[in-house]
Design a binder for this molecule. Structure first.
Ligand code: ATP
Length: 548
């Protein structure tokens, strides 16, 4: 691996470069190598842990797997369902004017013509001729730019340490030669990149990659083929006979199922603008590069909400939803520094504003959720292609119009990865390492584990009674195998917030030991107190009340 970085360093050495300059270039590249490797290692650990503890399995593993498709195991499914509930309750239950639907995956093919997906749902791909690996040209450029940002941040961090309280970040940013040089590179790169995207200039995209010295991470070379467009929609046939069958698509987003049901929901629900329609469901994209585990999949789930508003009010709603969605993420307690906004440089054909909420994944800041102001594009297109009037009569304005739309769209699987990657921790305790998932308790797959100290003397019976009571409200696990220490470790590894141990003393005083996952503290409490203690620890309401 390191050789490809040396090769990269060599490519950047020009005649007359002295040894100390060479060393500093090499040190910088080596730092990248280490950082990349650390990110890789963390991701690898999460992948291995997910498999070992029943969170995520490679799809069709028995047949050597299917690329970028994954199955959720027993604990993964619980965690995923809890994330869905958190989203659904925050969006639908807490908003009087938002309702939820569940539309079909198969839809009339003209819908995708109207939405623009047949003609424009493309990604620019580029092949490296040496490694034969395929990349998304826009992602290569964005990742290169992110590295330049990181260089600036590192420089600032170093200076901050050096100057302490006397450090003036603004002054440093505007005077330090290294920062200025990298900022200029970023600005030039961004300007060219945006223009190339706007002009759909594929040759220029390739040229930017070449000029920036971006190399293939596998071969280490800049031997790039031409950039080509690639449509991401999966096609299939609907109909019994080959002649009579028509081509339909697996939906690449859930949003269109909402748009084509706009009239149904508005009328039957007597909804008044502004109002929203939410949906959770599968989406399919034939991604060119599907790496990084469940971050980029070919079959994935989206949680989307389309908010219908009066024309010219969409920018206010766009800001409102940006804030509301960030608050939803931050309530999980992973630290405000884990999130940032990223405004889109190039807007999609339907949007007049777009912003991503990015999350600091093991591989760096990447898109977790998109908030888009989609104008009246989709409804107007469906009106035109279907020939049916899709309008809203606004009694306050005494006027009809095609509503404008602000969308919030989050990938459930990416959300899952964000939770898992921030929760995964290895801790040294005494002579061993404990792997613990510090999943927010409301999202944890198993809320309570009930453990009889021994498998006899009536302890399993008491433990089962406790389990039966708590199971009415929470997902519980009963475990009687191995030592208590080993059982605690197993529960830590799947993120169970509370463990309850039943021992001989319980038979006499009706008390049990309750152990907290995070502090590892143990307390004696009465069995009768367990429902209330559990509720205060794992209730989803602790998250939801932060959003009110
Ligand atoms: P990207 O730029 O990463 O390809 P996108 O901008 O195409 O994403 P959107 O079309 O805005 O994504 O989709 C909304 C959300 O759906 C994204 O923020 C992401 O969380 C999720 N998502 C999109 N594509 C995938 C995928 N292939 N696998 C998993 N989640 C995805």
């Amino acid at each position: 691996m390191i050789f490809k970085y040396i090769k990269y360093a060599k490519q950047h050495i020009y005649k007359g470069l002295n040894f100390s300059n060479f060393l500093s270039i090499f040190a910088a590249i080596y730092t990248y190598y280490i950082l990349n490797k650390m990110a890789d290692d963390i991701l690898k650990k999460i992948i291995a842990h997910s498999k070992e503890y029943g969170f995520i399995f490679q799809s069709s593993e028995l047949y050597d797997g299917l690329s970028a498709v994954y199955d959720y195991g027993q604990n993964g499914t619980e965690l995923k369902n809890n994330i869905k509930t958190y989203w659904w309750n925050a969006m639908v239950r807490l908003h009087e004017n938002i309702v939820g639907i569940d539309s079909a995956i198969f839809m009339h093919p003209t819908i995708w013509k109207a939405s623009g997906h047949v003609d424009a749902f493309n990604d620019p791909l580029i092949d490296n001729k040496d490694s034969k690996k395929r990349y998304r040209a826009d992602v290569l450029i964005e990742e290169h730019r992110e590295k330049l940002y990181q260089k600036i941040e590192k420089e600032i961090e170093k200076a901050q340490k050096r100057f302490g309280d006397a450090f003036d970040e603004q002054q440093f940013r505007t005077t330090n030669a290294n920062v200025l040089r990298n900022q200029e590179k970023i600005d030039t790169l961004t300007a060219r990149f945006v223009k190339a995207l706007e002009d759909s200039n594929l040759d220029e995209l390739r040229q930017i990659i070449v000029d920036a010295g971006i190399v293939c991470p596998i071969s280490g070379t800049a031997n790039w083929a031409d950039v080509r467009q690639f449509n991401l929609m999966f096609e299939t046939k609907l109909g019994a006979t080959a002649e009579g069958a028509s081509t339909i698509y697996l939906r690449p987003e859930t949003a269109q199922g909402i748009f084509v049901n706009y009239l149904n929901v508005q009328k039957t629900g007597r909804m008044r603008i502004p109002f929203g329609i939410a949906q959770i469901g599968k989406a399919f994209r034939n991604e060119i590069v599907a790496r990084q585990f469940v971050f980029r999949m070919r079959e994935f789930e989206q949680m989307e909400m389309q908010f219908f508003v009066r024309p010219n009010t969409e920018m206010e709603w766009f800001e409102t939803w940006k804030e509301a969605r960030l608050k939803w993420h931050k309530a999980l307690g992973f630290g405000d520094e884990s999130y940032r906004y990223h405004d889109h440089e190039k807007l999609a054909h339907y949007a007049n504003a777009a912003c991503d909420i990015e999350f600091n994944f093991p591989m760096g800041f990447k898109e977790l959720e998109g908030i888009h102001s989609r104008t009246d594009y989709d409804l107007a297109q469906h009106q035109e292609f279907s020939g049916k009037k899709i309008q809203y009569f606004d009694p306050e304005l005494n006027q009809s119009y095609v509503p404008y739309v602000v969308e919030t769209s989050i990938g459930l699987d990416r959300m899952f990865l964000s939770v898992l990657s921030k929760s995964y921790q290895e801790e040294k305790i005494e002579n061993e390492t404990r792997v613990v998932l510090r999943i927010p308790p409301a999202l944890a797959p198993v809320k309570v584990a009930i453990l009889p100290l021994v498998r006899k003397d009536g302890l399993p019976e008491i433990a089962n009674e406790i389990r039966n009571t708590l199971s009415l409200n929470y997902n519980c696990q009963y475990d009687e195998k191995d030592s208590i220490g080993k059982r605690y470790r197993r529960q830590d590894a799947i993120g169970t917030p509370l463990c309850i141990t039943v021992d001989h003393q319980t038979k006499e005083d009706g008390m049990v030991t309750i152990r907290d996952r995070d502090t590892m503290k143990q307390n004696r409490v009465a069995i009768s107190e367990l429902p209330q203690i559990t509720e205060s620890k794992v209730s989803m309401n602790t998250l939801l009340t932060q959003l009110l």
